[in-house]
Design a protein around this ligand. Structure first.
Ligand code: FAD
Ligand code: NAI
Length: 473
């Protein structure tokens, strides 16, 4: 092993958790290293998650608009064609630009990237298996586990991303010929985003969902509209259904399924099957058992309210701990850890972490759902506003969807915001600020929104919630 190096903090994992936390730590004056074995920084998000999926969603959205929506604007385009190779090449360019950008930021902030796979061997030491086969030990006053997550396997559907018949999200991002038939197992975020990509390119998509609704955990009213919208776009759903077996051949996959509660099975043909039934924390080879660092039943590293494991010098953040498996949550976890290590008060409010689904229209949410408020017995009032009554939505001809606010019945304090509609992902940011600052619906109703903008729908929903009625509806 080569000479020991000593740091104030070492992050294990270079995803949105690790790289973000490492830059923050460097900015706070800590001598910082980040161990990443993938060969690129950026983790799941930049390499095989958020970014490539959004690149594909954007490109296919343009294609779909050119084919189906331009005529409605009086634009005639004949013979719209898709060049899948080019589309994939552009996606790779986006990914490379961004992962390279992180490496550039590491240089700028003097953050050391140790390229290899890390294993915790003591409270202050990480052994790194380098690419050349050697090991090196780095010493650090603090260690942060930010090793993220991986697709959870589903036994009846063994994934082989190289063969491209049964794939997980990583394989689904690399499909190089448009499948005729795609079966998506799991009607969650990954399943529906990827289903949208391929459906726009003409693939016949069937989503198989175990439960009676897609995106469990999301507000019920939103989910209903969302599923109807996706059905209008051609997606087929097999609800309350589980896949029990698959048979792969050179020409495709036979997928056998039956009702979730048991019953007659049926078999459908697919060219490709995407397994998207959830992700699990990734802690393989990290040495947690040897170190006696506890994990919960789901395999998540257990931490206290300050991201500390049972070993005071070892912290964890991002997908590998509790909370939503989202890039921005991972970033905030690990930035807070950097602050805590440098003696500041780092904190993340999990009640105001927004979630966005980048379909068309987008779906976005923050805070409590109506179902949660009912369950908790909290008296609430509700305001809704449809985008069809928003002038900008009319002008851009994207009138599908609505905004829904939930506020405390007594105090008018905003408790939840749910949006399905054009640019919902950008629109939710305003509600996040409102919730974070403890604003009332009336506070937001009195905020001046520019006209004609989609954000006026936020103001109108706040009026509906605070005063019982909006103006334009
Ligand atoms: P990761 O990003 O998983 O990074 C962990 C890194 O640690 C990896 O690079 C891994 O190689 C490395 N590593 C693991 N073990 C070791 C070790 N022992 N030594 C060295 N390195 C190690 N989230 C959103 O917010 N918005 C989205 O639009 C979105 N889209 C997604 C789309 C897809 C298809 C997928 C799969 C995920 C998506 N996510 C999205 C989720 C998002 O990618 C994750 O929440 C985020 O990447 C978590 O960050 P992290 O740093 O905790 O872990
Ligand atoms: P998910 O938890 O969102 O959805 C999984 C779905 O599969 C659920 O609807 C579940 O009921 C269903 N399911 C589970 N077992 C099943 C079975 N045996 N048969 C049929 N259906 C089954 O998980 P997903 O979509 O894999 O995504 C993982 C995580 O990645 C998300 O929770 C999210 O945190 C993150 N992500 C975020 C994105 C975003 O923010 N836009 C995009 C993609 C992923």
């Amino acid at each position: 092993s080569s000479a020991d190096e000593e740091y104030d903090v070492v992050f294990i994992g270079g995803g949105p958790g690790g790289y973000f936390g490492a830059i923050k730590a460097s900015q706070l004056g800590l001598k910082t290293a980040c161990v990443e074995g993938r060969g690129k920084l950026g983790g799941t998000c930049l390499n095989v998650g958020c970014i490539p999926s959004k690149a594909l969603l954007e490109s296919t959205h343009h294609y779909h608009m050119a084919k189906h929506d331009f005529a409605d604007h009086g634009i005639a385009v004949a013979d719209v064609k898709i060049d899948l190779d080019k589309l994939q090449e552009k996606k790779r360019e986006v990914v490379e630009g961004l992962t390279g950008g992180i490496a550039g930021l590491f240089k700028k902030y003097k953050t050391t990237w140790v390229q290899g796979w890390g294993k915790i061997i003591s409270a202050n030491e990480v052994s790194v298996a380098l690419e050349d086969g050697n090991n090196k030990t780095i010493k650090a006053k603090n260690i942060v586990i930010a090793t993220g997550s991986e697709p959870a396997p589903l036994p009846p559907c063994p994934v082989d991303n190289a063969k491209k018949r049964i794939v997980d999200s990583t394989g689904a991002l690399e499909i190089d010929t448009i499948p005729e038939k795609l079966v998506v197992v799991g009607g969650g975020v990954i399943g529906l985003e990827m289903a949208s990509v391929w459906a726009r390119l003409g693939t016949e998509v069937t989503v198989v969902e175990f439960l009676d609704k897609i995106c469990p955990g999301m507000d019920g009213e939103i989910v209903k509209t969302f599923q109807r919208t996706l059905q209008k776009q051609g997606l087929k759903f097999k609800m309350k259904t589980k896949v029990t077996g698959t048979e792969v051949s050179d020409t495709g996959v036979k997928v056998t399924m039956e009702p979730s509660s048991g019953g007659d099975s049926e078999t459908i043909d697919a060219d490709v099957v995407l397994v998207a039934t959830g992700r699990r924390p990734y802690t393989q080879g990290l040495g947690l058992e040897e170190m006696g660092i506890p994990m919960d039943k789901a395999g998540r590293v257990e931490v206290d309210d300050h991201f500390r494991t049972n070993i005071p010098s070892i912290y964890a953040g991002g997908d590998v701990i509790k909370g939503p498996m989202l890039a921005h949550k991972a970033e905030h976890d690990c930035a807070a850890i950097a602050e805590i290590i440098s003696g500041k008060a780092g904190h993340v409010n999990y009640d105001t972490v927004p979630g966005v689904i980048y379909t068309s229209p987008e779906v976005a949410a923050v805070g409590a759902t109506e179902e949660q408020l009912k369950e908790q017995g909290i008296a609430y009032k509700k305001g809704k506003f449809n985008y069809v009554a928003n002038s900008r939505a009319r002008a851009i001809r994207q009138t599908e969807g609505f905004v829904k606010f939930l506020a405390d019945k007594e105090t008018d304090r905003l408790l939840g915001a749910h949006i399905i509609g054009p640019n919902a992902g950008e629109a939710i940011a305003e509600a996040v600020i409102a919730l974070e600052y403890g604003a009332s619906a009336e506070d937001l109703a009195r905020v001046c929104h520019p006209h004609p903008c989609l954000s006026e729908a936020i103001g109108e929903t706040a009026m509906a919630t605070a005063f019982g009625q909006p103006i334009h509806s």
